[in-house]
Design a protein around this ligand. Sequence first.
Ligand code: ISJ
Length: 99
Amino acid sequence: MIRPLEYCDNLSHIRSSIDCIDYRIIELIAQRAQYVQQAAQYKSSLEEVKAEQRVINMFEQRNDWATNFKIEGKLVESVFQSIINHFINKETEIFHEQS
Ligand SMILES: C=C(O[C@@H]1C=C(C(=O)O)C=C[C@H]1O)C(=O)O
């Protein structure tokens, strides 16, 4: 369980909470993968698969979200760079398989 910070009394409480948070992050990435997989069905070219303008807009929006949560935009940018690049590659594979 994610123990509320005010109830964490030792390193073990902190680490088990971090483990739960990371588990949830991975669960959400797996869920995200399913949506990206579906997106390929609505694309008819490799340009659409890459969707450059959408990606630019996403980075701006995620940077704003980072600011709201008081975390560094650089961190969020590098995390989403990896995630989105990975998913574009996956979606490209799916696109080639279905066309
Ligand atoms: C999922 C899409 O396809 C690609 C993958 C994206 C992603 O992982 O968020 C975003 C844009 C596209 O490069 C989409 O067009 O929305």
